[in-house]
Ligand binder design. Structure first.
Ligand SMILES: [Fe+2]
Ligand SMILES: [Fe+2]
Length: 397
């Protein structure tokens, strides 16, 4: 067998990666190509704090329908730094009778002599080099000749004309220039949006401490304890469902920030800021605490983040087609450790970590049952959301 190994951070994976792998597969008659997702890469600065699991999930989505492409995530789970020579030695041992072809970008080639144990790598594998847009091919050829003699290796070009985009450009422009999304699998684009990756709004533990102090001042003691419960539950749900955990914690911290003000104040803020008020909200202005809370995020607490504002707006009613953060906050608000009156909390708390959509549905089901006993309090959004998820559940079956 002829096995290709394509190592990279894939942060994120895009069409050029796929084209390079296809070109290598065809030109070198490879039987399959493993996409080896790098763990903590010694050569690259991964300042963009993307969870390793998210990079793995994106690779899975991008190669899902491609028979000859396989995910290899061993480096993600290895402790310490991930060095290619270790992985390639392992692969050689696993496939003693097969030919191994290590695919690398030209940037890696130029730096190859600085890698740890390059001689081991070139002994284990033939090296296939994919040029990048704007490369000086003559310099690359010189390097290839040099390494072929220094490392007694077999370095070759992949005949592929690079014209795609770099991952760094996608990370930088994903939200500002939608055109960059054209170079990616739509499934990967959706994953990035759903999981809020590469969003320039990021948070640190200092933000959590600052907002916690603010909430302590703005909320009654019981509401503050509930808020801490929601923030920590949101944090752990975010870890489980691969969402940026501090972002979820900030949303949890702020979700009830407009709870401890008067109804008149809530109505005035909405009127002054053109926030629409529904009939039921006029009747029960406390229902406005989501919308006003979302407004307070930026105006009072300097958190300018549309995903957080959206999750806070809908944290009590939910809304059709909620995104991942919406679901996390909606669920965290209902199951946080201080809650004890709702029915079947035990099962909800478990389901939140096994099937988030199912948990959302169960909470809506319970809310609708409860509201049916108090019909004039029913917010139509809750009913609309319940019906949406009921349909969604049927489709899933
Ligand atoms: Fe609330
Ligand atoms: Fe709450």
């Amino acid at each position: 067998m002829r096995i290709g190994i394509y190592g990279g951070t894939f942060n994120p994976i895009h069409n050029t990666h796929i084209e390079i792998a296809k070109a290598a597969l065809n030109q070198f008659n490879l039987d399959k190509v493993y996409f080896l997702v790098a763990g903590t890469p010694p050569h690259k600065d991964t300042a963009e704090n993307i969870d390793d699991i998210c990079r793995v999930e994106m690779v899975k989505l991008a190669i899902k329908d491609m028979n000859n492409f396989i995910l290899d995530d061993r480096e993600i789970y290895r402790s310490g730094k991930s060095y290619s020579y270790i992985t390639l030695s392992e692969l050689k041992e696993e496939h003693p009778d097969d030919d191994i072809f290590f695919i690398m970008g030209s940037d890696s080639l130029l730096n190859f002599s600085n890698w740890v144990k390059p001689e081991v790598i070139s002994k284990c594998a033939n090296i296939l080099v994919a040029p990048r847009l704007g490369d000086d091919i003559e310099t690359l050829k010189e390097k290839i000749n040099e390494y072929n003699s220094t490392f007694d290796g077999n370095f070759t070009f992949i005949d592929y004309s690079a014209n795609g985009i770099a991952s760094s450009v996608i990370r930088e422009r994903f939200y500002s220039e939608e055109a960059v999304r054209k170079d990616m699998s739509p499934n990967v684009v959706n994953y990035i949006l759903e999981h809020n990756l590469y969003n320039p709004c990021t948070y640190s533990y200092d933000d959590i401490l600052r907002l916690s102090e603010e909430m302590k001042k703005a909320l009654k003691p019981g509401r503050y304890v509930h808020t801490l419960g929601v923030a920590t539950t949101a944090y752990s749900l975010a870890l489980k469902w691969n969402y940026p955990a501090y972002t979820a914690m900030v949303a949890g911290m702020l979700h009830d920030c407009a709870k401890c003000i008067s109804d008149d104040e809530r109505l005035t803020i909405c009127k002054e800021n053109n926030i629409p008020i529904s009939e039921i909200e006029y009747k029960y202005p406390h229902l406005l605490h989501g919308k006003v809370g979302a407004y307070f995020c930026g105006s009072k607490y300097k958190v300018y983040d549309s995903q957080i504002a959206h999750a806070i707006t809908y944290h009590t009613t939910g809304c059709p087609n909620m995104n991942l953060l919406d679901k996390i906050i909606f669920v965290a608000d209902y199951i946080e450790p201080g809650r004890n009156k709702q029915p079947r909390l035990d099962i909800l708390r478990t389901t939140a970590y096994t099937d988030l959509d199912e948990c959302v549905y169960m909470i809506l089901e319970d809310s609708v049952t409860y509201l049916n006993e108090n019909p004039d309090m029913v917010d139509p959004t809750t009913i609309e959301t319940f019906n949406y998820y009921k349909e969604h559940k049927k489709e899933k079956r």
